[in-house]
Ligand binder design. Sequence first.
Ligand code: ATP
Length: 623
Amino acid sequence: MNEPVPYSILAETFEIIEQEPKRLKITEIVSDLLRSIIYLTPEDLLPCVYLCLNKLGPAYEGAELGVGESLLVKAMRDATGRSIKTIQEDIEALGDIGLVAASSRGRQKTLLRPKPMTVRGVYETLKKIAAVTGNTSTQKKVDLIKNGLVACRSSCEAKFWIRSLSGKLRIGLAEQTVLTSLGHAIALTPPAHLDAEDGARAKQETLDRSVSLVKTAFCEMPSLDKLVPALLEHPLEDIPLYCTVTPGIPVKPMLAHPTKCIRQILSRFEGHAFTCEYKYDGERAQLHLCEDGTAKVYSRNQEDTTQKFPDIIARVNKIKKDETIRSFILDCEAVAWDASKRELLPFQVLSTRKRKEVEAQAISIHVCVFAFDLLYLNGTPCHRLPFCDRRMLLKENFIPLEGQFQFAKGMDSQDTEDIQDFLDQSIKDKCEGLMIKTLSSHATYEISKRSRNWLKLKADYLEGIGDTLDLVVIGATKGQGKRTGVYGNFLLACYNPTSEQYETICKLGTGLSEENLDAFTSTLQGLVIKAPKGYYKCDRADATVWFSPSVVWEIKASDLSISPKYQAAKGLVHPNKGISLRFPRFLRIREDKTPEEATTSQSVAHFYNLQQNKQELVEHDEY
Ligand code: ATP
C-alpha cells in the first residue's frame, strides 16, 4: 500500500488502449486502473489523471512544456548515440516520434541503471521541464528528457514518455472518457462503494449519477487540482459543495447553436419567453472579482488574459453599484471601441492588441466590455437561476459607463418584424447579428454546453451554410510567379475528437491579401515539419509543405459537397467519401482556439445534413 505507482503500469495501459477500438471498453480499462490507484496509492490519482489527459495543470495556469521535435530528437541522440539524421529519417518513415523512441530504446547503453520511473516521478519531471527557464534551458530540458528515456524499462514506456512530451498521446483518450472513468472508479471504490446485492440497473444508475456529478463539478470548477482531492476526501454527494463556480477559477462558457432565419428561432422557442441581444464582435471575457479583492479576466479557453486587459481591471471598482459587492463573475464580450466616434470597431482591430505586459497608459486600442450574464455574486453562484433573474441581478448591481462597461443591448419582443429590425440595427451598430436567449423556462446558464437555449443569428449566415468553420492549417504549397517566397495555397483540416485526427476539408488560395500572405507565411514557417503527422488524414500530394497543428482560421464557405479527395467526416455521410468546402473564404485568425477546438468532423457532417434538408436546423423534440 502507498507504494508509488510504476510508470510501466500506465504505459502498458496506454498500449492496450491504443489497440482498443471500443470507447466503452476504454472507459472500463481506465476505470480499472484508477480504482487500483484509489485503493492502493490514492496520492497518485491526480498525477495519473493528468498523464492520461496529457496535461500539466489547469488551463488557466498556462504551464507549457515548450518542447519541440528538435529537442526530443537531441535527447534521443544523447540517450542512444544515434545520429540526428538517422532519427529524423526514422520519424519521416514511421510518422510518429514515439514509435522511433520505442524502436531506438534497445540501443541504449548505460553503465548505471537508473531507478524505474513512477507515475508521480514522470508527472513531476514534466512539470520541471515546463518550469525550466534561462539561457541554458534548452540543454536542461534535453537532459531531463534524456534521463527519462534512459530510465525507461520497456519500449512501451519510451514510446509514451516521448509522446507525452510531444503533446499528443494518440491513443484516443479524450477528456470526457477520462472523466467518465474517474466517475466510475470513484463510485466503485470504497468508501463510496456499491453493495454487491445492488442489481445491474441500480448499479448503472449509481455509475451514471457519479459520472454526472464528476462532469458537472469539472465544468463548474475546471481544476483537477481541486476536484481529484475533493473526490478522495468527501462523499460523492457532497462534491457540489466543494467544487462549484468560484471566482478565480474560470468557468467553461456556455455556447450557442447557429440558426439561419427568424422563422427557425420562432419555431424553436414557441411557447417560451425569449430575448434578443446584440452579438458583439469581440473577444469573450469572463471578469472575476475574488473575495480578497483580486480581479481577473479569462478567455473563452479559460486562459488567464488579465495581463492583456489592465484597463478592464482598473474599472472593476467603478462598475460595482456600491461597496456591498465583494465578489462576482460576469460573462462579457470585450470589444474594440473608437472613443472619438463613440462606436464599436471590428474584431480585427482588437486582435492587434498586445497579449502580455500591456501598460494601462500605453494602450492604444480601447476596449468596451459588454456584460451579458452574471454567474456569481457575493459568495453565491447564480448560474442555476433563470436568465431573467440573472439579468435583473446584473442590472441591479452594476453601473454602466459609456465606452467602458455596458450591458449587452437587448430587446424582449417576440414579433418577427421587431426581430428583423433589431437584427438590422445590430449590423448598423457594428455587431455580428443577434444572440437569442430563453428568459424563464429552460433558461439556466449551461456551463460548457453548446446549448439550444442560446441561438445565434449572424447576418452573414443568412446565406451560406449556417455557420462559419474554424479550421486548422496543416499544409500549403509554395507560391509561384508573383507569390514566390510566400505560401500560395493552404490545406485546411477539421478535427475529429473521436479518432484524434485532423481531416482535410479544402484548400484555400484565393481572396487573401498580400499582407495576409506575408504574415501567414512568417508564422507558418516556424511550424514546418518534414512530413505530415501520422494523425493527419490526408493525401501526401495535397501539399508540398506541412505544418504542426497550431494555427486556426475562421472560414466561410458557400456550401459543402461530397468529395472523393478530402477526408473530413469520411464515413459519417458517405461510406468512403469525405466532405469538402466550396468557395472557402478566410475571415480571421482564431487566436482563442486551440487546434483541438476547431470545428469537429461531426459538426461538418451535421452542417452537410442541414444543407441537404435531412434534418431541421434546430430540432424540436427537446422541450
Ligand atoms: P463557436 O465557433 O464554437 O460557435 P464562437 O466563439 O465562434 O464559438 P459563436 O458561437 O459564434 O462563438 O457565438 C457566441 C459568442 O458570441 C460568444 O462566445 C461570445 O464571445 C460572443 N457574444 C457576443 N455578444 C454576445 C451576447 N450578447 N451573448 C452571448 N455571447 C455573445
